[in-house]
Design a binder for this molecule. Structure first.
Ligand SMILES: *[C@@H]1O[C@H](CO)[C@@H](O)[C@H](O)[C@H]1NC(C)=O
Ligand SMILES: *[C@@H]1O[C@H](CO)[C@@H](O)[C@H](O)[C@H]1NC(C)=O
Ligand SMILES: *[C@@H]1O[C@H](CO)[C@@H](O)[C@H](O)[C@H]1NC(C)=O
Ligand SMILES: *[C@@H]1O[C@H](CO)[C@@H](O)[C@H](O)[C@H]1NC(C)=O
Ligand SMILES: *[C@@H]1O[C@H](CO)[C@@H](O)[C@H](O)[C@H]1NC(C)=O
Ligand SMILES: *[C@@H]1O[C@H](CO)[C@@H](O)[C@H](O)[C@H]1NC(C)=O
Ligand SMILES: *[C@@H]1O[C@H](CO)[C@@H](O)[C@H](O)[C@H]1NC(C)=O
Length: 283
């Protein structure tokens, strides 16, 4: 972990020379600078519109192996949209096909996204916290077909606090049909060893920090989302919705995916349609 003094030194230095300072083990200072690690969406999209997602009309047939039970893993310090965006896509999907979405956390009960300054590196008295209620503790939930792992500043918590989550992901993965990560949630998958040798992506504004956990991962800096086998990783925050709708298309067909996107009024981005890798000088 970085000491507060070191962090503030790095932050002030980085204002001048952040690109040259950014080594592989260095957290991305722009993330802490803007507080939200994933807050750079709208501006770029209006400046450089992503191409309309290519229509794919092929539909897959629903059968007994069709995934139905989806867990969303919450830890303290999750990023709100990482959770609620994909959740809303699944909510729409649940109007079309039978679905169970379960919220899981270490001890069940409420989980807050509030993070202390020791983790965020930012002192402010803003009150911008969301609290989500979870019904299941890790390991005490109904069987899952799919697990969704959000990102957020909570991925910077101590190993001691995150180990349980990392172990959970590692243990449950072999029984899943799919696993989907959003934003820096990929760092949890990487720490669980799931991404070794795989193509994957993560938040572009937190790239240096998040990718340090996967030395053997083929990180794709120009992707909106990446699929490798049954592992789906998405870029920062809003990309979780594109990844989730892409996953819906793969599993439930193009027509269903379009219904979901239309219901959310979501302008989809293709997996390779990304502007944030470039904006963050990664490609
Ligand atoms: C959606 O994307 C297309 C193509 O990039 C663009 O022309 C259109 O204006 C966008 N629509 C909305 C509602 O943003
Ligand atoms: C896909 O569907 C659209 C709209 O229904 C149609 O215009 C298009 O021809 C279809 N494409 C293919 C490859 O079937
Ligand atoms: C279920 O559907 C999937 C994808 O469409 C297919 O690969 C699989 O073989 C099907 N399983 C059964 C039991 O029909
Ligand atoms: C933000 O600051 C905290 C410590 O204050 C540090 O642990 C974390 O890695 C930093 N994150 C980024 C992306 O700079
Ligand atoms: C946030 O809430 C705390 C506790 O109620 C309060 O002391 C603080 O002034 C609030 N912040 C702002 C920006 O009003
Ligand atoms: C991984 O990405 C590379 C290009 O970046 C691609 O050539 C390769 O097919 C991908 N592998 C898988 C398994 O998708
Ligand atoms: C279209 O969707 C099917 C699954 O529904 C997938 O197997 C296929 O690769 C997709 N095609 C394109 C061009 O994305």
């Amino acid at each position: 972990m970085w000491s507060p003094t070191l962090i503030s030194t790095l932050l002030s230095l980085s204002l001048l020379t952040h690109r040259t300072l950014a080594g592989p083990m260095m957290p991305d200072p722009r993330c802490n600078k803007t507080l939200s690690e994933c807050s750079r969406t709208g501006e770029a999209l209006t400046k450089q519109a992503a191409p309309r997602y290519p229509p794919n009309n092929s539909t897959s047939k629903l059968n007994s192996t069709t995934p139905k039970n989806i867990g969303i893993m919450l830890y303290r310090g999750f990023q709100g949209l990482d959770v609620i965006g994909p959740f809303d896509a699944l909510w729409s999907l649940g109007r079309i096909t039978p679905l169970n979405v379960y919220f899981l956390s270490k001890d069940k009960g409420t989980v807050r996204n509030k993070m202390p300054p020791s983790v965020t590196g930012i002192t402010t008295n803003s009150n911008t916290t969301i609290t989500v209620s979870t019904d299941y503790a890790l390991g005490e939930h109904p069987p899952l077909d799919v697990l969704l792992v959000p990102g957020g500043l909570g991925t910077r918590l101590s190993d001691q606090e995150l180990d349980l989550y990392i172990k959970f992901v590692k243990d449950i993965y072999p029984s899943l049909q799919y696993i989907i990560s959003v934003c820096t949630g990929a760092s949890i998958l990487a720490r669980a060893g799931l991404l070794d040798g795989k193509n994957a992506t993560t938040n572009k504004a937190a790239w240096k920090w998040a990718t340090q956990f996967g030395k053997d991962v083929k990180w794709q800096a120009g992707a909106r989302y990446v699929t490798d086998g049954n592992i789906w990783t998405t870029s920062g925050v809003s990309a979780g919705v594109d990844g989730t709708i892409g996953w819906i298309e793969k599993v439930f067909g193009a027509e269903t995916a379009e219904k979901v996107a239309d219901e959310l009024e979501w302008n989809r981005s293709a997996p390779d349609s990304d502007v944030f890798g470039k904006k963050n000088h990664l490609v």
